[in-house]
Design a protein around this ligand. Structure first.
Ligand SMILES: NC(=O)c1ccc[n+]([C@@H]2O[C@H](COP(=O)([O-])OP(=O)(O)OC[C@H]3O[C@@H](n4cnc5c(N)ncnc54)[C@H](O)[C@@H]3O)[C@@H](O)[C@H]2O)c1
Length: 363
């Protein structure tokens, strides 16, 4: 299998390390517009052929049926290389957020369909982690009864991409390059994980508030116009069940740090840490004298970590193996949800995302 990396920055290197765990033997090539980024990449992976131009890399040899191009650039530079890679006859795995706008995401899907190639998104990074598989096992057992409320809160005091996290990549803070802040950065993971756990047929976005809490570490020498906190009222429509989700996501907040999922059912509740596989999954049920709490037996540890899963799932899809990849219209629906969060924050009109298609006004 050949993997072509567009972008030689931070995430590109983690994709190489992950792809080396695939059952296939893999050859790599990498392109970046920055010679400095290519030099830094070569210090870690000196044997991978480097290109200063994505088009030249894609044209350097005829495509194979299982070639994969990973788009590992900032969001403003996702569309053009994705279209070029699909037109070159290769499958594309694009970093999250998939695009800058819903229209760009639709163009990617049309190009994938026209080329007969797969389009996938890296927002599946947390799918397949042991704790998520444990949650799925408990849900399938029916022990919780009818589900009615989910608390989904992940808020850091200070972990802003471009400031406290990866300060060298200030593009995260500039909406003309990133498309937005915490919702663009982490929303794709939230929604890919929630859809994996609960398999809703549609998601309603009832209300959204976004904000940029002020801190003494706010930079003044770069553009900083993105939100770093978001709260929302969502409904996961599961056909016979409507699960209300109290959603919070922040990379800067003045309140306490909280990382918590708590699912309420008519016969029990389940508590876990949404993105941490080391933390317990805890079940509470009524046993006569009130709630009794027990830790659910976890799934065995997997040989993979979160950063491995995008290419693991996508390569499985390309090879025709069972997989948890987010492909084609599902990848685009995930991104439509992200953009719709901003639409609802702006105009206070609820939206409904049919997960097999585009966003529409709420019914
Ligand atoms: N850094 C992380 O921990 C992380 C985690 C998950 C996902 N991501 C996603 O990965 C993507 C890249 O993030 P990063 O952290 O690696 O950024 P980065 O700033 O470390 O690297 C981005 C690289 O893309 C290059 N680039 C920009 N435009 C280009 C173009 N047109 N053609 C070729 N190369 C181009 C830049 O020169 C730079 O080397 C983003 O979508 C981000 O959301 C990052």
């Amino acid at each position: 299998m050949r993997i072509y990396l567009v972008g030689a920055g931070v995430i590109s290197r983690t994709h190489v390390a992950a792809a080396l765990k695939l059952p296939e033997s893999v050859e790599f090539r990498v392109a970046d517009v920055s010679s400095r980024a290519l030099e830094g990449f070569a210090e870690v992976y000196p044997d991978i052929p480097r290109f200063a131009d994505t088009t030249a890399m894609l044209a350097s040899e005829p495509p194979h049926d299982d070639d994969i191009v990973i788009i590992a650039t900032p969001p403003f530079a996702h569309l053009e290389p994705t279209l070029a890679a699909l037109q070159s006859g290769r499958h594309v795995l694009c970093e999250k957020p998939l695009a800058m706008t819903a229209e760009d995401a639709d163009r990617m899907l049309a190009a994938a369909d026209a080329a007969g190639r797969l389009l996938g998104c890296c927002s599946v990074r947390f799918r397949g982690l042991p704790h998520n598989e444990t949650v799925k096992r408990v849900l399938a057992s029916g022990v919780l009864g009818g589900l009615h409320h989910l608390t989904w809160v992940n808020k850091w005091a200070r972990s802003r991409s471009g400031i406290e996290y990866q300060p060298g990549s200030s593009w995260f803070l500039d909406s003309s390059k990133s498309g937005g802040g915490i919702v663009m950065d982490w929303g794709p993971y939230d929604i890919a994980t929630l859809t994996d756990l609960f398999a809703p047929t549609a998601i309603e976005i009832g209300a959204v508030a976004i904000a940029r809490p002020e801190t003494s570490a706010d930079p003044s020498d770069v553009v900083f116009d993105v939100e770093t906190a978001a709260s929302a009222a969502l409904v996961l429509d599961r056909g016979d069940q409507r699960l209300l989700v109290s959603y919070q996501r922040a990379s800067a907040m003045h309140g306490e740090e909280v990382f918590r999922a708590e699912l309420e059912g008519t016969r029990g509740s389940l508590r876990w840490t949404p993105f941490d596989s080391r933390a317990d999954v805890v079940l509470r049920t009524d046993e006569g004298d009130g709630p009794v709490e027990r830790v659910v037996q976890p799934e065995p540890r997997a040989p993979y970590e979160a950063f491995d899963y995008p290419i693991i799932h996508f390569a499985d899809a390309v090879a025709g193996r069972p997989n948890l990849a987010l492909l084609g219209c599902d990848a685009v629906a995930n991104f439509h949800w992200v953009r719709a969060m901003y639409d609802v924050a702006r105009d206070a009109q609820p939206r409904r995302a049919e997960l097999s298609g585009a966003m529409s006004a709420a019914r």
